[in-house]
Design a protein around this ligand. Sequence first.
Ligand code: CA
Length: 255
Amino acid sequence: MNGLPETTDPRGTAARVATAAPPAARILVVEDESALGLLLSYNLEAEGFIVDRVERGDEAEIKLAETIPDLVILDWMLPGVSGLEICRRLRAREVTRTLPIIILTARGEESERVRGLSIGADDYVVKPFSVPELMARVRALLRRSRPDRVSGLLAAGDLELDRQNWRVHRGGRDIHLGPTEFRLLEHLMGKPGRVFSRAQLLDSVWGLSSEIDERTVDVHVGRLRKALSAAGEKDPIRTVRGAGYSFDETFGKAP
Ligand code: CA
């Protein structure tokens, strides 16, 4: 024995390995409007990120000298040192040359957009913005730069499933799924294109020695589809006649 608990349930072991949480990404929020900074911190923490928050440009520089985060959300106009200047300095340092940066700006500063992007910001969000939209951009940037930190995330097209926080997003919208629908989607999304029979789904999603009627699977797939396409979007799940269900591997890809 090596001290690790043994399990006789191979399905349980596989599930734990597949959903092991990656180390959380660290995000620095630099915003002098306290209410907005707090709102962003709260939402980022709810998504499982580690957040440092400062309100002044010079404080941000101190923070960045101590710890390099995985992503920075940087307000343009700040007391101390401006967001633009911080961005320029980060790009000039070797270790932060490719650090993902999202710049926040008030309307009217929009004309400065080109300047912001030319000094190397990765993205640019104009206030007032929707928080889910900003969260989607954070996830998109991290997926590119730190896939190891978001491996708890399954993504296809506009659909994202966050295993760590049990959340599903489509576009900027939160999709509320019951636990069975969530596991069903996770299972199908994990192997796009692969067809699972109803018996296989019962076994791996419900995890029972199938005394449940196979039609139960159809009921839950129906609920899942309804939730995913509530706004009339494309259905990502294929019904394979006589065989079962699969997650459409062409979903979100150009035809
Ligand atoms: Ca400001």
